[in-house]
Design a protein around this ligand. Sequence first.
Ligand SMILES: O=P(O)(O)OC[C@H]1O[C@](O)(CO)[C@@H](O)[C@@H]1O
Length: 546
Amino acid sequence: MRTTLTATAAFQALQQHHTENKGRQVRHLFAQDPARFDKLSVEGAGLFLDYSKNIVDDKTMTLLYALARETEVEAQRDAMFAGKEVNRTEHRAVLHTALRKPRNETLLLGQQDIIPEIHEVLDRMAAFSERVRSGTWRGYDDREITDIVNIGIGGSYLGPKMTCQALRSFAHPRLNTHFVSNVDGHDLDALLSRINPATTLFIIASKGFNTAETMMNAQSARAWFLHHATENDLSKHFVAVSTHLDAVQAFGIAPENMFPFWDWVGGRYSVWSAIGLALMLAIGTEGFKEFLAGAHAMDRHFQDTPLEQNLPVILALIGIWNRNFLGSSSISIAPYHQDLRLFPGYLQQLEMESNGKSVQVDGAKTSTTTCPVIWGDVGTNGQHAYFQLLHQGTDIMAVDFIAALKPTHALEQHQVLLLANCFAQSEAFMRGKNAEEVRADMQAQGLPAAEIDKLLPHRIFPGNRPSNTILMDTLNPGALGALIALYEHKVFVQGAIWGINSFDQWGVELGKVLAKNIAAELGDKAKPEQHDSSTNGLIARARAAL
Ligand SMILES: O=P(O)(O)OC[C@H]1O[C@](O)(CO)[C@@H](O)[C@@H]1O
């Protein structure tokens, strides 16, 4: 039985520390300590994390490290890396980290070293990718492939799509990557009218190969293809990524066109496996290797670095502080890089599907709140839309700013303005602008006293809004790998502290079952209505329309 989190000595010490320091202003902490930035920033695996703009001091951090130690984060981390059955509700090891291990390492799962089979699949992916990229893999009328369509959903979609978008400046110029996930036919339909079956390669990506949305999209894509070509041509245009060879074969894809992975890779952690095939096709084998190496560097950092300098641990602990003590209910992810615009959506699945739970591993209710809402968009766009609420709204929401110092374009002035905005926002969130400062500003502008009094409350910024800033040199495959792994391990540490299983997702099941029933009812108008009056009413309207 796990000790209740709120009953741990460290948690209680943090509660007391929080009570004693209520109302403290980070701007004052900066004024008191000129070395604050140096003390509360850390570097590892090519990433730099500034967490000094959070409402913490040395004592807060010391207590947070004590919380990590008391909840045995290090032992839990080591168990994950060693391949222990960390995903206890599904009786599985959790070994996405093994996917980024170099060829010369070993990792025993039971009696078997799993590194050789991981690299065997990587080698097959590489050989295939190089054939497609070089143009030696040809379609049914002997033309080169120009379009790759990844059909998958959840982790079989978000990872490949986000990474292809993030690394688009490293992509092969002939290959356009597309991603279809939604069972809404508008998604597939909009794409099919823009591509040529003779030069298109479909990747059917699904861990279980039984996900209703993916299977329907795959069947429709296949049917569309067969309008233009024959069954014999399928093997040149359809490949699959899955853990289920039999289901892939039943769909009509031959084993040599299937790239396997393993049940110890969770869907939202699978971009490092063959699920990353679209990315490998886009950026090439070397680029994909760099991507894995960046993540591996973060793995090593996470495993080997003391908690006090450990990026994922610190990011996680700051998150725990903001969530469980300051009551922050969401984190806005603000990438100041256009190519990372899908990163907030990717993190939504990673964090919310992993830690959106209210029951501990031992079955008891959690004693604290767990995963906050993750949301966001690219920075400067958000500034002109919802940042208003972050600055002056009633809830305290945390922000993660993410930026690359050097761009992959030559428009230097854009980069200057971009970074200026990024740093200005974090400064504004932290500092705010108090009544005296606002009044002095308006007086300097020569506004009449009555107008100043009227406007004053509207123009005050409370500040003290917590944020992290993560910097990388350039957004390249290695940096992206490290960034994703940073958040993966952050999620792990938080799950370990909250005592929850970050690797199952039972919460998505109920909707799937109900949808199956309702789909049958929509298809058969004679079926009796058997739901609440709202659901029955909606079904009746749809039956009338279909
Ligand atoms: O890759 P699959 O098996 O199609 O699953 C897709 C997604 O569905 C989920 O299982 C949730 O329903 C996710 O965890 C997963 O990423």
